[in-house]
Design a protein. Structure first.
Lengths: 107, 544
């Protein structure tokens, strides 16, 4: 089971450290704007599927139209954002989180 | 050998292999963490495959390919919503949940609240969402056996549902989370393999020219270029503005529902660390994304090579598009024996798909009954681990039996409607409570209870007063398009999908419930925030 110290005084102390504030800031400053961005991008696609059908119907190459390309771009952006976040978290968030945890557990 | 007996042999092989893995898993299932969370010892790749296995239901395999084969582009809208939804899970939920929870969704919601009311609410919504979803799969199994084996009698459908129900109970009771996860992994590999094979054969037939495949699909559908554009199924011009709002409402529920599905959320507990939870979601996104790209080709390929008319004659909802395509492409390339073999293989894969998903749902709901309702609400946290697991197994029996009975009586219900409702309830009731718990310091017990019951209640009520239940009119043959006979009409909500209204309501209820209550829970937020972001004090994996 848990090897961490019990009771929340430890948590309150950790939460007050500048290190933790930095971790929280780095997490939120990355994740919140990205969430707003991909939701807006997705809703744009859904709204255009409902209200901009003439534009979605424009054929680009052969029978391949804007609607299909827009849909495929949602796949590309989803894969891209997932990869981008994983890289950021591995490089920027994990080391700080591990450091904080190690220090707290060593006490 | 005909395709029916070959399909049964292949399916029995799947059942035999998964039962073997389940029994092996049962020998390694010793404590509650093993039963509920697979000992938290699965690797990120294994859990990623299992995420795919839990998520790629028969509704998405047969259903989406079918919608594309009959209505063209609009089926693709489903795939995109289902995929993008995983970013919500990845960025906001998976890692934080792994760090702060233990076995169920309610662990996170009740973390800093008064446990009794919050666990009860979360348990109720877990069971409601899982039962809707479970029913959809059960109904799908009954329909599938009728279509693939020509067994259209009510008795044959009922017998299939009983068989599926018994197998899922065995997986859950014997193997717990370990056994169920292995079932998901085997199923995901088979499903991806089958879908990839058929897709490559279809593309090969067209010399890997997607444009000419699409052109052929449009021509064969009889609808021309409109087949490749949005608007044949959702938000048609005839439905006017309500239809278009309905489309947006559906899109919202799809993208926000996934991160509130209990059987998906408990997958994050099966890996050792939050970092593995993140990696397993990455695996999941990769597998699920590729799978939906494959179904796009399968759907258009079925329209091009089988023809929308033949598919609609076989099943009005298009659910047999993928199996029919398998048979056709097999015949075209390898002759009639090839067609029989491929049809049998895809039919067996479809059954494996249903079986794996219902096992995951049964596990999620019985875990919640045992861990939330029994151990924390009834026994006030004083139940022993053995007791909890025993109750979980009994619950799996009861939930399985209930699902079998409801599944037999629900044969007439529309599968897509049940899945859409499950997503709407998850997005309106569960997601607001989860996000507020993780990110809003002031959030409290009243807020959590208000958002769960408020979101769940408004989603269910709005559907009840929507055209889905009454007042949609009749089809060409005079059959009612709603659940109720055409003579009854008590509908006043114009949209078939409640999400556009019920999701904001869920968030609003959570906000109002919180600020109208004087309860303050800020002190415990420090523990939640530090634990969720750093993993300090998080549950550890079982040693081996």
């Amino acid at each position: 089971m848990s090897t961490a110290p019990e009771g929340f005084s430890v948590y309150e102390e950790v939460r007050a450290t500048p290190e933790f504030a930095r971790l929280r800031h780095k997490f939120r400053a990355f994740v919140f704007p990205l969430t707003v961005a991909f939701l807006a991008w997705y809703l744009l696609y859904v709204v255009m599927s409902g209200f901009a059908r003439d534009f979605m119907a424009i054929q680009l190459v052969g029978t391949i139209n804007v609607a299909l390309v827009f849909g495929l771009l949602q796949f590309v952006s989803t894969f891209g954002i997932a990869y981008f976040y994983a890289r950021y978290a591995g490089a920027q968030l994990d080391p700080i989180a591990e450091d904080i945890r190690a220090k707290a557990e060593a006490r | 050998m005909n395709h029916e007996s070959l399909a049964i042999v292949l399916f029995l092989l799947f059942v035999g292999a998964t039962l073997f893995l389940t029994i092996r898993a049962s020998r390694q299932t010793k404590d509650a963490a093993d039963f509920y969370a697979g000992g938290r010892s699965f690797s990120a790749a294994q859990n990623g495959l299992a995420i795919g296995g839990d998520y790629m239901s028969a509704a998405s395999f047969l259903g989406i390919a079918g919608i594309i084969a009959l209505s063209g582009y609009d089926g693709f809208l489903y795939s995109i919503g289902f995929l993008v939804a995983w970013l919500v899970a990845l960025l906001l939920v998976a890692e934080l949940m792994r760090n702060s929870g233990k076995y169920t969704m309610a662990d996170v919601l009740a973390f800093r609240m008064r446990p009794l009311p919050v666990r009860t609410a979360a348990g109720v919504s877990t069971i409601v969402v899982s039962i809707f979803y479970l029913l959809a799969q059960m109904v799908g199994a009954g329909a599938l056996v009728a279509l693939l084996f020509g067994l259209t009698s009510e008795a044959a459908k009922a017998l299939t549902i009983v068989g599926v129900g018994i197998l899922m109970i065995v997986y859950v009771v014997v193997g717990g989370m370990k056994g169920t996860t292995w079932v998901q992994i085997v199923k995901a590999v088979l499903l991806m393999g089958g879908a990839t094979l058929i897709t490559l054969l279809v593309l090969g037939k067209y010399g890997f020219n997607v444009s000419s495949l699409l052109g052929d699909a449009a021509a064969q559908s009889g609808k021309g270029d409109a087949f490749l554009e949005p608007g044949l199924k959702y938000g048609t011009d005839a439905q006017g503005i309500a239809g278009k709002l309905d489309l947006i409402s559906l899109g919202l529920a799809l993208v926000l529902g996934t991160a509130g599905l209990p059987h998906i959320l408990i997958r994050f507990y099966t890996v050792p660390t939050a970092r593995d939870a993140r990696k397993s979601v990455l695996w999941g996104i990769g597998i699920i994304g590729i799978f939906y790209l494959l179904t796009l080709i399968l759907g258009f390929g079925a329209a091009a090579l089988v023809g929308s008319k033949t598919i609609a004659e076989s099943n009005p909802a298009g659910n047999t598009a993928a199996p029919l395509l398998a048979e056709r492409i097999g015949e075209l390339i390898f002759g009639s024996v090839g067609g029989t073999i491929l049809l049998a293989f895809i039919a067996a894969v479809a059954f494996a798909t249903i079986l794996a998903v219902v096992a995951g749902l049964t596990l999620a709901s019985s875990s919640s009954v045992a861990h939330d309702l029994y151990a924390h609400v009834i026994k006030k946290g004083k139940a022993t681990e053995q007791d909890e697991v025993r109750v979980a197994k009994i619950s799996a029996f009861v939930i399985g039996a209930v699902a079998i009975v409801l599944g037999i009586f629900a044969q007439r219900l529309n599968v897509a409607f049940l899945v859409a409702l499950a997503f709407a309830v998850a997005a309106s009731g569960n997601l607001p409570a989860i996000l507020y718990s993780l990110f809003w310091k002031r959030f409290n017990t009243a807020g959590a209870v208000a958002s769960i019951y408020g979101g769940l209640g408004s989603a269910v009520l709005l559907v009840f007063f929507s055209p889905v239940v009454s007042g949609k009119g009749v089809d060409a043959s005079g059959k009612s398009l709603s659940l109720f006979p055409a003579s009854v009409d008590f509908s006043w909500f114009p949209l078939e999908n409640p999400g556009l209204v019920s999701i904001p309501l869920g968030f609003l209820f959570g906000y109002l419930g919180t600020i109208l209550s004087k309860e303050h829970r800020e002190s415990k937020f420090a523990e939640m925030e530090v634990r969720s972001l750093t993993g300090l004090g998080a549950e550890q994996a079982n040693p081996h």
